[in-house]
Design a binder for this molecule. Structure first.
Ligand code: PLP
Length: 408
């Protein structure tokens, strides 16, 4: 697999032919909402059809099917099925864990300034319920892992009860040394929740690598499962305090089995998840896929940074200390994407006006293009971004493009 030529299926068709993505649109934001291969869409459709044909044949047997899907999905993240439960998404997993915790007034939860907003807000709500406080550990974008660990070690106090930390950060697309941090925390009696929303598929055996008391990861991001599929994994001694968000007939069952029954829901997202994992393994192999995605993401970042560089006060290429295989940050011109709201607005403008799907993030007042590459991504997608979106970005930043540059 090289970056110059498209990644190919075993049939030698282009990998992108395996996804039902709109060919009129340039897709450079896998990270936010994933993308489901046709074979997985068709499997899920077939399952839904079964449910519609014979509801009585389908619904009473959901729990068995969900458990069978857990048995096949948990090993992919290096977890034991008996420690693992499907939940609809990473946000739900965080809520499940927060709901299980009891704090005391004056206790403290540590989060980072790279944390996912919705998960951090959940921690704040947990703290409010008990009169506890949330404190933010600030991690410079380019802080090496040793510094990250040190900052956590320094931030722990006798009142710290919980650390919430990302295995792969959302706004800054970098890996954090969660295992080392969770180790130090455990020595001081502090528990760690690892947000691995982006980790399945990008980190081999992500849950096993994460450390901590609880881990969750989205299967609908990088493994390309249908949306509404995440795994919660824990071997914690108090895991019987974890309850699904929906009270249902599984209630008398212990963790994790009580999560397999959730009233009348569409569980096909869970049941079709192993099909997505097997698709990538069968066509490419996950190890080879990760290697290919790294090369693709590097070349994409260079193409776009090259286009922005002549107009930028800073080098747009932002090489992170612990990059992930498939995402890169390219710094936007000063003043653009300074807040999350501005970054999100830019995303929708470029989709509406240029037909390009992107993700922009904001960290400490600086805007970045967070580019994503998956197996369907081709170098021409990055070139299309450079041609269509860079002029728009420059215009929005108030930068005039000299005519000579336009002609060249
Ligand atoms: C780090 C992180 N945590 C949590 C989430 C929430 O995921 P979901 O919307 O699937 O609940 C995301 C989504 O992008 C994320 O990046």
């Amino acid at each position: 697999m090289t970056t110059a030529t498209p990644i190919r299926l075993k049939s030698y068709q282009r990998a992108r032919d395996a996804w039902p993505l709109d060919p009129e649109v340039v897709h450079l934001n896998h990270g936010s909402f994933g993308a489901v291969p046709t074979v997985v869409v068709e499997h899920q459709d077939a399952l839904r059809r079964q449910a519609d044909l014979t509801p009585v044949g389908w619904f009473p047997r959901i729990a068995e099917q969900v458990r069978a899907a857990v048995e096949r999905t948990a090993p992919f993240v290096g977890a034991h099925p008996d420690d693992s439960a499907f939940v609809p998404n990473a946000s739900a997993a965080a809520t499940v864990v927060y709901n299980s915790l009891r704090l005391e007034a004056g206790d403290e939860i540590l989060v980072t300034d790279h944390g996912y907003g919705a998960v951090t807000m959940g921690a704040q709500r947990l703290a409010r319920r008990f009169g506890a406080a949330v404190r933010t550990v600030e991690l410079p974008l380019l802080a090496p892992d040793d510094e990250v660990v040190q900052r956590f070690s320094d931030a722990l106090t006798p009142r710290t009860r919980l650390i919430v930390i990302d295995q792969i950060t959302s706004p800054t697309a970098r890996m954090l040394p969660t295992r080392r941090i969770a180790g130090i925390a455990a020595e001081r009696g502090v528990r760690t929740l690892v947000d691995g929303a982006h980790a399945p598929g990008l980190i081999a055996s992500a849950a096993a690598q994460a450390g901590g008391d609880w881990w969750f990861g989205n299967m609908h991001k990088w493994p390309c499962a249908p949306r509404g599929s995440a795994l919660l994994v824990t071997a914690a001694a108090d895991r019987q305090d974890l309850w699904p968000l929906i009270d249902s007939w599984g209630a008398p069952e212990p963790y994790p089995h009580r999560f397999d029954t959730q009233g009348t829901i569409d569980a096909t997202t869970y049941i079709a998840t192993p099909t997505a994992i097997d698709f990538v393994e069968g066509e490419f192999g996950w190890d080879a896929a990760r290697t290919a995605l790294s090369a693709l993401a590097d070349s994409g970042a260079e193409i776009i940074a090259d286009a922005l560089r002549p107009f930028s006060a800073h080098d747009p290429l932002t090489p992170l200390p612990s990059p992930v295989p498939s995402m890169r940050l390219v710094r936007l011109p000063d003043g653009l994407g300074a807040t999350r709201e501005e970054a999100d607005a830019l995303r929708m403008d470029l989709f509406d006006e240029e037909g390009v799907e992107t993700a922009f993030t904001s960290f400490r007042g600086i805007g970045y293009f967070r580019l994503s590459a998956h197996l369907y991504t081709e170098a021409s997608d990055f070139e299309a971004f450079a041609e269509r979106c860079v002029p728009q970005i420059l215009r929005r930043a108030g930068i005039r493009i000299p005519l000579a540059t336009t002609i060249a």
